[in-house]
Design a protein around this ligand. Structure first.
Ligand code: RIB
Length: 302
Protein backbone atom coordinates (compact mmCIF):
# COMPACT_ATOMS: atom_id res chain seq x y z
CA UNK A 1 0.00 0.00 0.00
CA UNK A 2 1.25 3.50 -0.88
CA UNK A 3 2.48 5.50 2.13
CA UNK A 4 1.79 9.23 2.08
CA UNK A 5 2.62 11.98 4.56
CA UNK A 6 0.86 15.33 4.41
CA UNK A 7 2.20 18.37 6.25
CA UNK A 8 -0.48 21.02 6.28
CA UNK A 9 -3.37 22.96 7.70
CA UNK A 10 -6.56 22.06 9.52
CA UNK A 11 -9.52 24.46 9.25
CA UNK A 12 -13.12 24.21 10.26
CA UNK A 13 -14.95 25.75 7.29
CA UNK A 14 -18.06 27.87 7.75
CA UNK A 15 -19.85 28.00 4.42
CA UNK A 16 -22.05 31.06 3.88
CA UNK A 17 -24.45 30.64 0.96
CA UNK A 18 -25.20 34.02 -0.59
CA UNK A 19 -26.69 35.25 -3.86
CA UNK A 20 -23.62 37.34 -4.62
CA UNK A 21 -20.71 38.99 -2.79
CA UNK A 22 -21.89 41.96 -0.67
CA UNK A 23 -20.89 45.47 -1.76
CA UNK A 24 -18.76 47.57 0.66
CA UNK A 25 -21.05 48.81 3.47
CA UNK A 26 -23.96 46.57 2.41
CA UNK A 27 -25.84 44.29 4.84
CA UNK A 28 -27.24 41.19 3.15
CA UNK A 29 -29.21 38.14 4.23
CA UNK A 30 -27.68 34.75 3.40
CA UNK A 31 -29.62 31.73 2.08
CA UNK A 32 -27.99 29.26 4.43
CA UNK A 33 -24.88 28.50 6.52
CA UNK A 34 -23.17 25.23 7.35
CA UNK A 35 -19.99 23.83 8.91
CA UNK A 36 -17.64 21.29 7.31
CA UNK A 37 -14.12 19.96 7.82
CA UNK A 38 -11.55 21.78 5.68
CA UNK A 39 -8.06 23.22 5.43
CA UNK A 40 -5.91 22.42 2.43
CA UNK A 41 -3.66 20.03 4.37
CA UNK A 42 -6.41 18.01 5.98
CA UNK A 43 -8.43 17.93 2.73
CA UNK A 44 -5.39 16.49 0.93
CA UNK A 45 -4.77 13.97 3.72
CA UNK A 46 -8.43 12.90 3.72
CA UNK A 47 -8.35 12.58 -0.09
CA UNK A 48 -5.22 10.40 0.07
CA UNK A 49 -6.65 8.13 2.76
CA UNK A 50 -10.00 7.80 0.94
CA UNK A 51 -8.05 6.96 -2.23
CA UNK A 52 -6.66 3.99 -0.32
CA UNK A 53 -3.19 5.21 0.75
CA UNK A 54 -1.79 4.68 4.24
CA UNK A 55 -1.67 8.34 5.23
CA UNK A 56 -0.01 10.22 8.11
CA UNK A 57 -0.76 13.83 8.85
CA UNK A 58 1.54 16.44 10.43
CA UNK A 59 -0.43 19.41 11.71
CA UNK A 60 -1.59 21.38 14.75
CA UNK A 61 -4.92 22.03 16.42
CA UNK A 62 -6.03 24.33 19.24
CA UNK A 63 -7.50 23.32 22.58
CA UNK A 64 -11.14 23.80 21.55
CA UNK A 65 -14.34 22.20 20.25
CA UNK A 66 -13.28 22.79 16.66
CA UNK A 67 -10.32 20.46 17.29
CA UNK A 68 -12.60 17.73 18.69
CA UNK A 69 -14.81 18.03 15.59
CA UNK A 70 -11.83 17.59 13.25
CA UNK A 71 -10.22 14.76 15.23
CA UNK A 72 -13.50 12.81 14.98
CA UNK A 73 -13.42 13.17 11.17
CA UNK A 74 -9.78 12.02 11.00
CA UNK A 75 -10.39 9.00 13.22
CA UNK A 76 -13.47 8.03 11.26
CA UNK A 77 -11.41 7.93 8.06
CA UNK A 78 -8.45 6.07 9.60
CA UNK A 79 -5.98 8.91 9.08
CA UNK A 80 -2.83 8.52 11.19
CA UNK A 81 -2.78 11.58 13.48
CA UNK A 82 0.18 10.63 15.70
CA UNK A 83 1.84 13.87 14.55
CA UNK A 84 -1.15 16.19 14.94
CA UNK A 85 -0.23 18.11 18.09
CA UNK A 86 -2.04 20.72 20.17
CA UNK A 87 -1.18 24.38 20.76
CA UNK A 88 -2.37 25.68 24.15
CA UNK A 89 -2.93 29.26 23.02
CA UNK A 90 -3.98 29.51 19.37
CA UNK A 91 -7.40 28.32 18.23
CA UNK A 92 -7.89 25.60 15.60
CA UNK A 93 -7.75 27.12 12.09
CA UNK A 94 -10.98 28.46 10.58
CA UNK A 95 -12.06 29.39 7.08
CA UNK A 96 -15.11 31.45 6.11
CA UNK A 97 -16.28 30.55 2.63
CA UNK A 98 -18.58 32.90 0.77
CA UNK A 99 -20.29 30.73 -1.83
CA UNK A 100 -22.47 32.50 -4.37
CA UNK A 101 -25.34 31.21 -6.51
CA UNK A 102 -22.94 30.50 -9.41
CA UNK A 103 -20.79 28.19 -7.28
CA UNK A 104 -18.02 30.82 -7.13
CA UNK A 105 -16.24 30.99 -3.76
CA UNK A 106 -14.19 33.59 -1.87
CA UNK A 107 -12.35 32.33 1.23
CA UNK A 108 -11.13 34.16 4.36
CA UNK A 109 -8.73 32.15 6.53
CA UNK A 110 -7.81 32.44 10.22
CA UNK A 111 -4.52 30.50 10.45
CA UNK A 112 -4.58 29.98 14.25
CA UNK A 113 -2.79 26.80 15.37
CA UNK A 114 -1.67 26.08 11.78
CA UNK A 115 0.70 29.04 12.07
CA UNK A 116 2.34 27.61 15.20
CA UNK A 117 3.78 24.51 13.45
CA UNK A 118 7.55 24.62 14.00
CA UNK A 119 10.70 23.08 12.54
CA UNK A 120 10.89 21.09 15.80
CA UNK A 121 7.39 19.65 15.17
CA UNK A 122 8.57 18.48 11.76
CA UNK A 123 11.77 16.97 13.17
CA UNK A 124 9.63 15.10 15.71
CA UNK A 125 7.67 13.63 12.78
CA UNK A 126 10.74 12.67 10.75
CA UNK A 127 10.15 8.92 11.29
CA UNK A 128 6.85 9.23 9.37
CA UNK A 129 8.48 11.23 6.54
CA UNK A 130 11.41 8.84 6.18
CA UNK A 131 9.03 5.88 6.05
CA UNK A 132 6.79 7.40 3.34
CA UNK A 133 6.75 7.07 -0.46
CA UNK A 134 5.61 10.62 -0.87
CA UNK A 135 5.33 13.91 1.08
CA UNK A 136 2.74 16.56 0.17
CA UNK A 137 2.61 20.10 1.47
CA UNK A 138 1.04 23.50 0.70
CA UNK A 139 1.30 27.09 1.93
CA UNK A 140 -1.17 27.30 4.81
CA UNK A 141 1.55 26.45 7.36
CA UNK A 142 4.93 28.15 8.10
CA UNK A 143 7.53 28.02 5.37
CA UNK A 144 10.51 27.10 7.58
CA UNK A 145 8.70 23.93 8.71
CA UNK A 146 7.85 23.09 5.08
CA UNK A 147 11.47 23.44 4.00
CA UNK A 148 12.64 21.23 6.87
CA UNK A 149 10.13 18.54 5.89
CA UNK A 150 11.33 18.64 2.27
CA UNK A 151 14.99 18.44 3.40
CA UNK A 152 14.24 15.30 5.41
CA UNK A 153 12.24 13.83 2.53
CA UNK A 154 14.89 14.42 -0.13
CA UNK A 155 17.69 13.10 2.10
CA UNK A 156 15.69 9.88 2.24
CA UNK A 157 14.58 9.65 -1.42
CA UNK A 158 10.94 10.42 -0.61
CA UNK A 159 9.01 11.99 -3.52
CA UNK A 160 8.05 15.61 -2.71
CA UNK A 161 4.88 17.26 -4.01
CA UNK A 162 4.45 20.99 -3.47
CA UNK A 163 0.95 22.36 -3.92
CA UNK A 164 1.78 26.10 -3.95
CA UNK A 165 -1.58 27.24 -2.57
CA UNK A 166 -2.69 29.82 -1.57
CA UNK A 167 -0.78 31.69 -4.29
CA UNK A 168 2.61 33.02 -3.20
CA UNK A 169 5.37 35.02 -4.84
CA UNK A 170 9.09 34.72 -4.03
CA UNK A 171 9.10 31.06 -3.02
CA UNK A 172 12.56 30.29 -1.53
CA UNK A 173 14.92 28.74 -4.07
CA UNK A 174 15.84 25.96 -1.66
CA UNK A 175 12.22 24.79 -1.47
CA UNK A 176 11.86 24.73 -5.26
CA UNK A 177 15.13 22.80 -5.56
CA UNK A 178 13.79 20.22 -3.13
CA UNK A 179 10.51 19.88 -5.05
CA UNK A 180 9.98 16.88 -7.32
CA UNK A 181 6.48 17.80 -8.51
CA UNK A 182 4.84 21.23 -8.28
CA UNK A 183 1.09 21.43 -8.80
CA UNK A 184 -0.04 25.06 -9.20
CA UNK A 185 -3.34 26.17 -10.67
CA UNK A 186 -3.19 28.96 -13.25
CA UNK A 187 -3.27 31.78 -10.63
CA UNK A 188 -0.54 30.18 -8.52
CA UNK A 189 1.57 29.48 -11.62
CA UNK A 190 1.37 33.16 -12.56
CA UNK A 191 2.26 34.27 -9.00
CA UNK A 192 5.41 32.11 -9.06
CA UNK A 193 6.58 32.70 -12.64
CA UNK A 194 4.98 36.01 -13.63
CA UNK A 195 3.64 34.27 -16.76
CA UNK A 196 -0.10 34.38 -17.42
CA UNK A 197 -1.86 31.24 -18.69
CA UNK A 198 -3.44 31.94 -22.05
CA UNK A 199 -2.89 28.84 -24.21
CA UNK A 200 -0.74 25.72 -24.61
CA UNK A 201 2.39 27.73 -25.43
CA UNK A 202 2.03 29.71 -22.17
CA UNK A 203 1.93 26.40 -20.26
CA UNK A 204 5.26 25.45 -21.81
CA UNK A 205 6.70 28.87 -20.91
CA UNK A 206 5.49 28.49 -17.29
CA UNK A 207 7.00 24.99 -17.18
CA UNK A 208 10.35 26.19 -18.54
CA UNK A 209 10.47 28.92 -15.90
CA UNK A 210 9.66 26.42 -13.13
CA UNK A 211 12.46 24.15 -14.42
CA UNK A 212 14.80 27.17 -14.30
CA UNK A 213 13.80 27.61 -10.65
CA UNK A 214 14.90 24.03 -9.98
CA UNK A 215 11.58 22.14 -9.90
CA UNK A 216 11.80 18.74 -11.62
CA UNK A 217 8.24 17.96 -12.77
CA UNK A 218 5.20 20.17 -13.35
CA UNK A 219 1.45 19.57 -13.22
CA UNK A 220 -0.75 22.64 -13.79
CA UNK A 221 -4.44 22.38 -12.93
CA UNK A 222 -6.88 24.52 -14.92
CA UNK A 223 -10.18 23.86 -13.14
CA UNK A 224 -13.00 22.92 -15.51
CA UNK A 225 -10.61 23.00 -18.48
CA UNK A 226 -8.44 20.11 -17.32
CA UNK A 227 -4.81 19.70 -16.33
CA UNK A 228 -1.43 19.82 -18.04
CA UNK A 229 1.72 17.88 -17.22
CA UNK A 230 5.38 18.01 -18.07
CA UNK A 231 6.84 14.98 -16.36
CA UNK A 232 9.91 12.86 -17.22
CA UNK A 233 10.46 15.13 -20.28
CA UNK A 234 7.03 14.35 -21.73
CA UNK A 235 4.03 16.66 -21.82
CA UNK A 236 0.31 16.04 -22.17
CA UNK A 237 -3.15 17.32 -21.32
CA UNK A 238 -5.95 15.61 -19.40
CA UNK A 239 -9.46 16.95 -20.09
CA UNK A 240 -11.69 17.66 -17.10
CA UNK A 241 -14.87 15.61 -16.63
CA UNK A 242 -17.92 17.74 -17.45
CA UNK A 243 -20.25 17.83 -14.45
CA UNK A 244 -22.59 20.36 -12.95
CA UNK A 245 -20.68 22.29 -10.30
CA UNK A 246 -22.20 23.20 -6.93
CA UNK A 247 -19.05 24.16 -4.98
CA UNK A 248 -15.40 23.91 -6.05
CA UNK A 249 -14.03 24.09 -2.46
CA UNK A 250 -11.61 21.20 -1.90
CA UNK A 251 -11.54 20.11 -5.56
CA UNK A 252 -7.85 20.98 -5.98
CA UNK A 253 -7.03 19.21 -2.71
CA UNK A 254 -8.93 16.10 -3.83
CA UNK A 255 -6.90 16.11 -7.05
CA UNK A 256 -3.57 16.23 -5.15
CA UNK A 257 -4.49 13.50 -2.63
CA UNK A 258 -5.78 11.13 -5.32
CA UNK A 259 -2.87 11.89 -7.64
CA UNK A 260 -0.30 11.08 -4.94
CA UNK A 261 -2.11 7.87 -4.01
CA UNK A 262 -2.18 6.63 -7.62
CA UNK A 263 1.20 7.80 -8.93
CA UNK A 264 3.96 5.19 -9.39
CA UNK A 265 7.34 6.15 -7.89
CA UNK A 266 8.89 6.49 -11.39
CA UNK A 267 5.91 8.71 -12.41
CA UNK A 268 5.45 6.49 -15.47
CA UNK A 269 1.65 6.41 -15.04
CA UNK A 270 1.22 10.17 -14.63
CA UNK A 271 -1.55 10.50 -17.23
CA UNK A 272 -3.56 7.63 -15.75
CA UNK A 273 -3.08 9.06 -12.22
CA UNK A 274 -4.22 12.51 -13.38
CA UNK A 275 -7.37 11.07 -15.02
CA UNK A 276 -8.18 9.27 -11.77
CA UNK A 277 -7.53 12.42 -9.71
CA UNK A 278 -9.60 14.48 -12.11
CA UNK A 279 -12.51 12.04 -11.82
CA UNK A 280 -12.29 12.26 -8.02
CA UNK A 281 -12.35 16.07 -8.02
CA UNK A 282 -15.27 16.08 -10.48
CA UNK A 283 -17.21 14.29 -7.72
CA UNK A 284 -16.06 16.76 -5.03
CA UNK A 285 -17.45 19.77 -6.94
CA UNK A 286 -20.93 18.26 -7.13
CA UNK A 287 -21.60 18.67 -3.37
CA UNK A 288 -21.30 21.64 -1.02
CA UNK A 289 -18.35 21.66 1.42
CA UNK A 290 -14.80 20.33 1.31
CA UNK A 291 -14.18 17.12 3.26
CA UNK A 292 -17.74 15.84 3.20
CA UNK A 293 -17.59 15.97 -0.64
CA UNK A 294 -14.32 14.09 -1.12
CA UNK A 295 -15.18 10.67 -2.58
CA UNK A 296 -13.97 7.18 -1.58
CA UNK A 297 -12.02 5.08 -4.09
CA UNK A 298 -14.93 2.66 -4.43
CA UNK A 299 -17.00 5.50 -5.95
CA UNK A 300 -14.48 6.38 -8.67
CA UNK A 301 -15.52 4.72 -11.93
CA UNK A 302 -13.64 5.67 -15.06
O1 RIB B 1 -8.63 24.33 -0.55
C1 RIB B 1 -9.84 24.52 0.13
C2 RIB B 1 -9.59 24.92 1.55
O2 RIB B 1 -8.98 26.18 1.58
C3 RIB B 1 -10.85 25.06 2.38
O3 RIB B 1 -11.27 23.85 2.97
C4 RIB B 1 -10.48 26.14 3.38
O4 RIB B 1 -10.29 25.66 4.68
C5 RIB B 1 -9.20 26.78 2.84
O5 RIB B 1 -8.12 26.47 3.60
Amino acid sequence: MKKIVVLGSINVDTILNIARLPLPGETMAMHDRSIAGGGKGSNQAIAAVRAGAETSFISKIGKDHAADFMIDVFKHDGLNIDHVTMDDEAGTGKAYILLDDNGQNSILVYGGANQTITVEDVKNASDAIVDADCLITEFETPLDATIEAFRIAKKNNVLTILNPAPAKTNIPEELLNLTDIITPNETEAEAITGIKYTDKSSLIKITNKLHEFGVKHVIITLGGKGSFYYVNDESGFVEAYKVSTVDTTGAGDTFIGYLAAKLDSNLGNVEEAMKYASKASSITVQTKGAQNSIPYAKNIKI
